[in-house]
Design a protein around this ligand. Sequence first.
Ligand SMILES: N[C@@H](CCC(=O)N[C@@H](CS)C(=O)NCC(=O)O)C(=O)O
Length: 266
Amino acid sequence: MYGIILIQVLIDILLDYQGRFFYILIKFDLFQVQIGFVPILSKSNNIMAPKIYYMAASPPCRAVYMTAKAIGLEIELETVDREQLRTDEMLELNPQHTAPILVDADEDFTIWDSHAIMIYFVGQYAGSDDSLYPKDNVKKAAVINQRLHFDNLLHQRLRDAFTPIIMGIEEDISEEARDGFLEALGILEIFLKDYQWMAGDDITIADLSILAFLSTVETVLPLDPERFPKLTNWFGRAKELPYFEECNGEGLDQIKEMLKREVPLI
Ligand SMILES: N[C@@H](CCC(=O)N[C@@H](CS)C(=O)NCC(=O)O)C(=O)O
């Protein structure tokens, strides 16, 4: 008699787990209790990957892309060009009209500047492994911040050196731009004097920023290993990162196409 009596109770409980919704399905049978988690498809389909407005040739954009890959964060890349960055819609997001720009719709958060975005990605999405930017270690974070600010100077020197050539105004880099550029590379060499990586013995977002920059420079300007031995060694190791090619290959091809030749710096 009892064999044909089946007591089945289904209890559905809505559970908000880290912003993702699940049903807990508890099923009572006569002899067993089953518990399962069932994602609610309509809700999980609404979870939006953070979007990056992106230009492949841009080193800051590639640095952000590498950071996402390094922490296993899925992002959406939306390619934009300089004109699009100046439309009213885009100026609302970033009045400075630069890429990358992050729109994290699920978090209702928008920010621009690669360095700010990388710090946000690690803080918000890296989980317990925040070695790329250890936010609770003030001194380590300060060293990384210093390198990230220095990265802005690197880009300025890169622009000073190459923009006149790209625009066809100059045939070669001016002496002043050349000296400024070499001085900046010399400071990178000093960062590596006592460390394996740019801000210590662990890889951090400072490495990813500088890697995006240096790989751009390298397309037209091979590093002199005698003048910059530690930087050359660092670059060789950094290029081995498993996501390096995926994040940089397309952009570096575009840069090569833009410059079409090597520019002798030294
Ligand atoms: N410090 C900024 C620099 C961004 C930047 O200058 N991006 C360039 C491309 S590499 C850009 O969008 N330029 C367009 C413009 O200035 O109008 C960052 O790290 O995001």
